[in-house]
Design a protein around this ligand. Structure first.
Ligand SMILES: [Zn+2]
Length: 113
């Protein structure tokens, strides 16, 4: 069970994950809940659906309308703005990974870490 503070910091990670998949294919709630659960993120629909709505409102996702599956009525794809954001986020995640996971320190930090 996630505490609200856990949810707050992980929400950004989940949204990056959602953008990544929405770039590759049409996504919808139940598919995303299963996909995120496979990565160990047990989101509730009450967390996911408002997040999708906010991502749509921010212009990163758009509803695709007529979807082939009954379960995909709320299907989404990434927008051009979402693609631009994802491109930036990929670079930022790579830098974060290098520093936080690999422990690499950039030379341009003037000795601070
Ligand atoms: Zn995934």
């Amino acid at each position: 069970m996630l505490l609200p503070a856990d949810r707050e910091i992980r929400l950004g990670i989940w949204k990056i994950h959602i953008l990544h998949h929405a770039e590759a294919r049409e996504v919808w709630g139940t598919w995303l809940l299963e996909e995120l659960a496979e990565h160990g993120h047990a989101l509730s629909p009450g967390t996911l659906y408002p997040a999708l709505t906010r991502m749509e409102r921010n212009g990163w996702l758009r509803r695709t309308g007529a979807a082939p599956h009954a379960r995909a009525r709320q299907a989404f794809r990434i927008t051009p703005a979402g693609k631009r954001l994802l491109k930036d986020l990929r670079r930022e995640v790579a830098v974060l990974y290098q520093e936080v996971v690999l422990g690499e320190v950039k030379a341009n930090k003037r000795g601070r870490s």
